[in-house]
Design a protein around this ligand. Structure first.
Ligand SMILES: Cc1ncc(C[n+]2csc(CCOP(=O)(O)OP(=O)(O)O)c2C)c(N)n1
Length: 623
């Protein structure tokens, strides 16, 4: 039995026998399930890499050797083995342990991630630096088969394959991204995995060569040619890599042997490891939807996940999915494109009803956007469902491919705003600054379900690209009914409450709280603050802005978005261009990266809580 919380560094693994490592793996799994049942987190990806992580620490010497975890959501075991298990009760919480690799947390985290498909590029960079500096460490990237669908991964493979640089890429192939994986490479992996004649020949060779030393030497030399002989070249061989695999990712001996082979190679190496996502926890093993990819707290005995849904509420993602289902019944131009986020974006029902119209392109945001442009040229009006944070990847595609040609593509910008536990790499704070300068773009954000449906309807009337942003979290549910949807004049804002002393301008579901705040202020302090729903971020409602200017009261613009280039900036620019002098106070996310924590904690740290807004109103009125 190992006390996982007492582990301070991974060096002890070097002296462990296979049996001892197996016990360690079992203890890690028990600790992981127990700990995550109390905090939530990425359950199944981590259960899948227990043996792989232990084997990596057995064979390599971290931190001298560099481990680069793609996405980084599977880094928990590495954190445990590098002395951070005792902080797991704070995982993904405010000021607690991050759910992703963090350089400031440990010298064993040499690269930070959160977004997919970056690991091989980072590893290539480190390999170049090592060689230019005449150093001699190993660089090991671990990338899932899901993340291998991202374009950047191919760019890096293509680059490094012909350089002969020493670099190890471990492909963790569990046949899943969050949902079952997609793509041609996935099928190629399938044929390698299941090639019985190759596996049988390998087994027979093993039986013949009982002596381990000899076996290792012969296997190392014979593997490539055996594979080429039986199944032909893998695409990786053809690209200049030495390919080892498929390796049973839950068999420590097999893993250690192959990693040692990889270590000896004097050129780029692929180690293709076959794992089971959720290994060792039946609920996670059986999951085909992606529910156990990332979960909240759960009952470890029953597998029941705690859900805190408010009564009669659904997630914003689900609401949009319901709207899209209704829209598709009436508009044959609709098709939904998702970059590997069927589950996160709650598109399961859409997929069930319209399997041909729900297109999962893999973790390929850039491709998703340009592909939507292509569909639009042929009379379709695709809806690209995309998280705000991942949308950043496709800036040029939105610009060059879609907006420049004024194509009819609707972007559903999910998780817009502060996202909570995923933190820094996942905050949805940059979509407005990214989209605003792009000509032809319309940007909107609904405050509630009714407005969401109306804006969706309106988006399908607009000629040109449209982005509808919506946050993480729940919204009071309204069943969609196409007949009741109304077209909204493009660029029109609404006045939710009139005021004589100041005006609050904002968008999205925060508006209910702002109206309440304004009412409280007028009752308790006799301060009369108006509230405007700026549901279009582009174009602005310039008529209403002109009227507000005439009132000669201060305006407070509140946005859960980066302030630079945000709505407040747009309003200041407008007043500046029209030579109107208006006192505008911007409240938004300053020029910093925002850490993980619950949304209220993070907003409080950024001075963006309702109390802060109230204090700001008092300030601007006094001045
Ligand atoms: C650019 C980008 N798009 C989407 C995501 C969301 N995401 C996180 S993990 C994941 C699936 C990763 O699959 P894989 O690499 O196979 O790892 P596994 O969890 O299966 O071990 C996705 C789509 C992301 N992190 N980055």
């Amino acid at each position: 039995m190992y006390d996982i919380e007492k582990i301070t560094n991974p060096s002890f693994i070097k002296n462990l026998s296979t049996k001892e490592m197996q016990v360690l793996c079992q203890d890690i799994r028990t600790f992981l399930i127990d700990s995550l049942s109390k905090t939530g987190g990425h359950v199944s990806s981590n259960l899948g890499v227990v043996e792989l992580t232990v084997a990596m620490h057995k064979v390599f010497n971290s931190p001298e050797d560099k481990f680069i975890w793609d996405v980084g959501h599977q880094v928990y075991i590495h954190k445990m083995l590098t002395g951070r298990a005792n902080q797991f009760s704070t995982l993904r919480q405010y000021k607690g342990l991050s759910g992703f690799p963090k350089r400031k947390e440990s010298e064993h985290d040499c690269w930070e991630t959160g977004h997919a498909s970056t690991s091989i590029s980072a590893a290539v960079g480190m390999a170049y630096a090592r060689d230019l500096n005449d150093e001699n460490y190993h660089v090991v990237a671990v990338i899932g088969d899901g993340s291998l669908t991202g374009g950047m991964a191919y760019e890096a493979l293509n680059h490094i394959g012909h350089t002969n640089k020493r670099l190890i890429v471990i492909i963790n192939d569990n046949e899943m991204a969050i949902s079952p994986n997609v793509g041609a490479l996935h099928n190629i992996f399938g044929s390698i995995r299941t090639n019985e004649s190759y596996l049988n020949t390998k087994r027979r060779l093993k039986k013949l060569l009982k002596n381990t030393q000899l076996l290792n030497r012969v296997m190392y030399r014979a593997k490539g040619s055996l594979k080429r002989f039986v199944i032909g070249e893998t695409p990786f061989d053809a690209m200049g890599f030495k390919y080892f695999g498929p390796v049973d990712g839950h068999n420590l001996d097999d893993l250690i042997k192959n990693l040692n082979f990889a270590k000896k190679a004097d050129k780029p190496v692929i180690v293709h490891v076959k794992t089971k996502k959720g290994k060792g926890y039946s609920f996670a093993e059986a999951d085909k939807l992606g529910t156990w990819h990332g979960v909240g707290k759960f009952n470890k005995e029953t597998g029941e996940v705690s859900v805190h849904k408010k009564e009669n509420c659904v997630s914003w993602s689900k609401l949009m999915c319901n709207g899209l289902i209704e829209l598709t019944k009436h508009d044959s131009r609709v098709s939904v494109i998702t970059p590997a986020m069927i589950n996160g974006s709650a598109l399961n029902d859409y997929q069930m009803l319209y399997p041909d119209r729900l297109i999962d392109v893999g973790i390929a945001e850039e491709h998703a956007v340009t592909m939507a442009g292509g569909m639009a040229t042929q009379g379709m009006k695709p809806f690209v469902s995309i998280y705000s944070t991942f949308f950043k990847r496709a800036f040029d595609q939105v610009h060059h491919d879609v907006a420049r040609q004024n194509l009819n593509v609707v972007f559903g910008v999910d998780r817009a705003g502060i996202v909570g536990a995923d933190g820094e790499t996942h905050q949805g704070l940059y979509d407005i600054p990214m989209l605003r300068p792009i000509p032809n773009m319309t940007i909107m954000m609904p405050k509630d379900a009714k407005e969401a449906y109306d804006l969706l309807y309106t988006a399908y009337e607009i000629n040109g690209p449209v982005a509808i942003r919506y946050p993480r979290g729940d919204v009071f549910n309204v069943v969609p009914n196409y007949e009741s949807w109304q077209s909204v004049p493009v660029g029109s804002w609404t006045t939710l409450k009139s005021g004589a002393d100041a005006y609050l301008l904002s968008m999205g579901p925060i508006l209910d709280d702002l109206v309440q705040l304004a009412e409280d202020l007028s009752e308790a302090e006799g301060i009369h603050v108006g509230v405007i729903n700026t549901r279009f971020i582009k174009p602005l409602d310039t008529c209403l802005l002109d009227e507000l200017a005439k009132l000669e009261v201060p305006l407070i613009v509140y946005e859960e978005s980066a302030m630079i280039g945000g709505l407040g900036t747009a309003i200041l620019e407008y007043y500046n261009e029209t030579n109107q002098t208006v006192k505008v106070k911007r409240l938004g996310v300053p020029d910093v990266y925002v850490q993980h924590g619950s949304v209220p904690e993070v907003l409080a740290e950024l001075h963006l809580s309702l109390d802060d807004i109230k204090a700001e109103i008092n300030q601007v009125i006094k001045k």
